[in-house]
Design a protein around this ligand. Structure first.
Ligand SMILES: Nc1ncnc2c1ncn2[C@@H]1O[C@H](COP(=O)(O)OP(=O)(O)OP(=O)(O)O)[C@@H](O)[C@H]1O
Length: 246
């Protein structure tokens, strides 16, 4: 297991947003977290990646306790979180956005704006081109990000995550606003990346599209894990019930 949580809890003014969540994320796989609105999925991801402080429990990454480390330290351990709302710098091109590091953008933003390409290491530039090719968006290399479709923006987000060399990529609703054909393409790329050594932890609502790609599924309800298993887990009565009740 690359990531494990033990009884992870997070309270908001008495509300148990996470109520003792224990999950295990197998290496080089796609682990999916589903559940109705407000069940705690985003809170879970935010707590694992250090954006929220846990009120109880433990997070282990590669066997190391990373509970409540600040986000930049968790990032350095090898976990990258892509955001629910893609936020590339709109006026910059795709390649410029890729060359912008996720952890410490300050100096590099200036370089990109000033077009100081020489300041980018040629190794990074080469890697960016390889990633664009792999993601089939190399025709957009010099396109301004504001001209990208929802799905293309998600691919750019994945590209940014790949630039970091993180082993675990955490995504919140990567298919929101993405047309079905491109959504499937994104997921096929995710699976290829799993085969190449990456691990994905994904929160997603579009079960009709994503379920067939999931290696492991956790279902949340009211801040707890109410079911886990393969894709057939959604047929369990307790899962149907939690969705109906929501
Ligand atoms: N920063 C916050 N402050 C107060 N309450 C919060 C905060 N973040 C989340 N909550 C509450 O915690 C509960 C779980 O919310 P969370 O966003 O984790 O659910 P979710 O499963 O991701 O929902 P959705 O699918 O709608 O994104 C909700 O009741 C929500 O209102």
């Amino acid at each position: 297991m690359i990531l494990k949580t033990y009884n992870l809890s997070k309270f908001f003014e008495g509300l148990r947003a996470l109520d003792g969540v224990s999950i295990s994320v197998p290496r080089e796989s796609l682990t999916l977290i589903i559940g109705p609105n407000g069940s705690g999925k985003s809170t879970f991801i935010n707590t694992v990646t250090g954006f929220y402080k846990a009120d109880g429990g433990r997070v282990e990454y590669e066997g190391k306790d990373i509970t409540n480390l600040p986000p930049h330290k968790i990032f350095r351990e090898g976990i990258v979180r892509t955001f629910q709302i893609p936020r590339p710098f709109k006026k910059l091109t795709v390649i410029e956005n890729l060359l912008m590091p996720l952890d410490n953008p300050g100096e590099q933003i200036r370089n990109a704006i000033m077009k100081n390409w020489v300041d980018f290491e040629s190794e990074a530039v080469e890697k960016a081109y390889e990633i664009l090719e792999f993601l089939n968006i190399d025709h957009l290399t010099f396109e301004k990000s504001e001209n990208l479709s929802g799905g293309q923006l998600r691919l750019l987000e994945i590209g940014k995550a790949l630039m970091t060399d993180a082993k675990l990529i955490v995504m919140d609703e990567p298919l929101a606003g993405v047309a079905p054909a491109l959504a499937h393409e994104i997921l096929r790329k995710v699976k290829e990346l799993c085969d190449a050594g990456k691990t994905f932890l994904i929160v997603e609502h579009r079960l009709d599209i994503i379920l067939e790609y999931a290696d492991k599924v956790y279902v949340m309800g009211n801040g707890k894990v109410i079911a886990e298993g393969g894709k057939e887990v959604i047929e369990k009565p307790e899962v149907v019930e939690v969705y109906l009740g929501a």
